[in-house]
Write a protein that binds this ligand. Structure first.
Ligand SMILES: Nc1nc2c(c(=O)[nH]1)N[C@H]1C(S)=C(S)[C@@H](COP(=O)(O)O)O[C@H]1N2
Ligand SMILES: [Mo]
Length: 301
């Protein structure tokens, strides 16, 4: 189900994880009894997902600005100053400018979206995000008719991000989507997990989530969103174009040059984890396959 919360649903409303799961079950039962559900986009595709624990979601991360090990972000990302926060929206929009995060949040509705996250490294989780559709923000900024792509940029602060000392990637981290991908109702800007404001290690205060693409498309701690008519450069593609394409749709039939993408390790499933078969478009094919009709997905990886 989609649980609509107000944009101000922050720390003071913290729900303990056990209570939260319990309440979800109760709501699920109530909704089923009323014959509701399966209407909104969040209910479509993989249903009945059991979220990973808050512990797993916040202690096994990729955020290279804070180090390259999975436990570095939880250790170091708390040094990031996330308030005040502004997002520059520029390029081919009618209302360019510096948008304060509070102002952005005051005009959108924050919902819960429980999505699979499939990392290109062949592991996966299920994460209960809180967020709002990227389309709602882009519509507010007024996308001009010639715009074809959306470019995103992560904050880059050497004083606060120890990983910037190492040239692992060409900082700042940048990402991009085609405009129709950006406007798709499954594409969200996330402001939290488990009903709590976004932990720094997960990309506070605002990060992208595109559930049918590999996790690295979900750029964290966004400070700039630009509308453009040219396909924008992306951080991992610049680092290794053969291994990481612009589209990066989850696809079990297109292997990474160094490993298979046919299966994935499920984080937290048993002592040694377990494997599941990877789904085309990460299980969201009914919603998004039409975006790629006629495209050769082996070439456009
Ligand atoms: N700025 C930035 N965004 C990033 C990354 C990063 O290193 N820097 N890592 C990406 C990768 S590889 C993944 S799998 C997801 C992980 O998100 P999570 O830690 O919230 O699960 O964030 C993505 N966003
Ligand atoms: Mo990833």
């Amino acid at each position: 189900m989609i649980r609509i919360t107000t944009p101000k649903f922050r720390d003071r409303d913290v729900t303990d994880e056990a209570v939260y799961l319990n309440r979800r079950q109760l709501m699920g039962g109530a909704m089923a009894g009323l014959g509701l559900g399966l209407a909104g986009p969040a209910m479509a595709a993989p249903s009945g997902l059991k979220p990973n624990s808050f512990e797993e979601v916040t202690n096994y991360n990729n955020y290279y600005e804070f180090g390259t090990s999975k436990t570095d972000p939880a250790k170091y990302a708390h040094t990031l100053t996330t308030s005040p926060w502004t997002v520059k929206i520029d390029g081919m929009v009618n209302k360019p400018g510096d948008y304060a995060l509070d102002d952005i949040l005051s005009k959108v509705s924050v919902e819960e979206r429980i999505y699979r996250l499939r990392c290109v490294e062949a592991w996966s989780m299920v994460i209960p995000w809180n967020g709002f559709t990227l389309s709602s923000l882009l519509n507010r900024a007024g996308v001009q008719s010639g715009a074809k792509y959306v470019a995103f940029e992560t904050v880059a602060r050497r004083e606060e991000m120890p990983g910037l000392r190492y040239p692992v990637l060409d900082w700042p981290y940048v990402e991009g989507l085609r405009l129709d991908e950006a406007m798709h109702p499954l594409t969200i800007l996330a402001t939290g997990v488990y009903g709590k404001s976004m932990p720094e290690q997960n990309g506070a205060p605002l990060r992208l989530v595109v559930p049918w693409k590999y996790g690295f498309k979900g750029i964290k701690s966004i400070v700039r969103i630009s509308l453009t008519d040219r396909q924008p450069p992306t951080a991992w593609n610049k680092a290794n174009a053969r291994e990481y394409g612009f589209y990066s749709n989850v696809n079990p039939q297109v292997d990474h040059p160094r490993w298979s993408q046919a299966t994935e390790r499920v984080i937290g499933a048993g002592l040694f984890g377990s494997r599941r078969e990877t789904d085309m478009f990460n299980g969201y094919g009914d919603e998004v396959a039409s975006l790629y009709a006629g495209m050769d997905l082996k070439k456009n990886y």
